[in-house]
Design a protein around this ligand. Structure first.
Ligand SMILES: C[S@@+](CC[C@H](N)C(=O)[O-])C[C@H]1O[C@@H](n2cnc3c(N)ncnc32)[C@H](O)[C@@H]1O
Length: 348
């Protein structure tokens, strides 16, 4: 996928109970990615496994003593919540405590990125979405699961790289925006967070934390997640150009295309290729089974200007011949939909 990156949500995600994985829990789990460098199963495009972000063109920031945020917590053996848990001033501002400066010392609970206190997860082969990550233990709502690691590059560099990836026919996107200026790209270097698939009704979310002066991105559980369930986030894709990818999350509120909510997703150029499982819809027990454009047929959409009245964040759906679109739209809980012939589009 080209010139696309997934965004940090800028508002609280409003997903309810998640049934919206990528519907692939039946596939085999392969590897535990509890540790950092594991052998990848056959079929996974190789990448360099890293345990912390790699900065291009600059070194990790060195935190000046004056900039170190010191909380007021003091560990009290009779109160397990005393060692930098919810009441900690640093926790309240999404800032990790700095070792050597926190009065709780080794008992400080607020160094989860630094200590890589990841949940147990497993890489597995999904049905249709490539590889995915599943919970290898029961995970509690709010729990830190894994940091999203990769190369930290400028937004400009990210755009250039997108074009290079496009030229090399890299189909998957592994870029996520860190803030307005920087993007984490885990295409070439990353950790297992890069295997998190998208769901329009995810069970995980990204959160930004300041760790030793750097902004870092963590994946956190939005709800209790049982062992064996696929872990998903909402990519909030910024779709700019290139091929469209059908969303196979199966959630009732599914936007059907990755990036369909993006402002850029108004004109598009899309070709469904036979034989590329990532981009075709397999007849399955998913709610998408009625979107019958797979099964050997090739639907093509040429880039074209769409009349203003037709434009909505999900307009592209109109261009694909789904066998029973109406059913899907009826069942949708999205607040913004433009149905054929309906000129009104409610704002989000
Ligand atoms: C960050 S990667 C996720 C890992 C990827 N599945 C793999 O095998 O490496 C993002 C890519 O996975 C695929 N993907 C993720 N979520 C998807 C979804 N809900 N529906 C269809 N494809 C999805 C898309 O091709 C997307 O570009």
């Amino acid at each position: 996928m080209r010139c696309s990156l997934f965004q940090q949500p800028i508002y609280a995600t409003a997903a309810g109970p998640s049934e919206g994985g990528t519907g692939s829990q039946t596939a085999n789990a392969y590897l535990s990615c509890f540790c950092c460098c594991v052998q990848l199963p056959e079929g996974v495009t190789p990448f360099i496994q890293i345990t912390q972000n790699v900065f291009l063109r600059r070194k990790h920031k060195k935190l000046k003593e004056d900039d170190i945020a010191i909380c007021q917590c003091k560990y009290d053996t009779s109160d397990p919540e005393s060692a930098c848990v919810e009441r900690c001033l640093n926790v309240l501002t999404n800032t990790e405590c700095t070792p050597g400066y926190c009065q709780c010392g080794d008992t400080c609970e607020n160094q989860i990125f630094q200590k890589r206190e990841y949940a147990k997860t497993k890489l597995f082969r999904t049905n249709g979405c490539g590889w995915g990550l599943l919970a290898d233990e029961n995970i509690k709502a709010g729990q830190f699961i894994i940091e999203y690691c990769g190369e930290v590059i400028s937004s400009e560099a990210a755009k250039k790289r997108s074009h290079v990836y496009e030229a090399h026919e890299v189909k998957d996107t592994y870029m996520i925006s860190l803030d307005t200026n920087y993007v984490i790209d885990s295409t070439r270097k990353g950790n297992f967070a890069r295997f998190l698939n998208h769901s329009c009704r995810p069970n995980c979310e990204t959160r930004k934390w300041t760790v030793l002066g750097e902004t870092r991105l963590g994946i956190f559980a939005m709800k209790d997640i049982s062992v064996g369930m696929e872990l998903t986030i909402n990519y909030y894709f910024e779709w700019c150009a290139g091929a469209t990818v059908r969303c196979l999350c199966g959630a009732a509120n599914c936007c059907i295309f990755l990036g369909a909510k993006s402002q850029q997703f108004k004109e598009y150029n899309h070709v469904w290729k036979d034989g590329t499982d990532r981009y075709k819809v397999e007849p399955s027990n998913r709610s998408h089974k009625n979107y019958n454009i797979g099964s050997g047929s090739t639907a093509k959409m040429k880039s074209q200007r769409i009349p203003k009245w037709k434009k909505s964040r999900c307009t592209p759906k109109r261009k694909v011949k789904f066998s029973s679109r109406k059913q899907v739209i009826k069942g949708s809980t999205r607040r913004s939909h433009q149905v054929r012939g309906d000129k009104k589009t409610k704002s989000l």
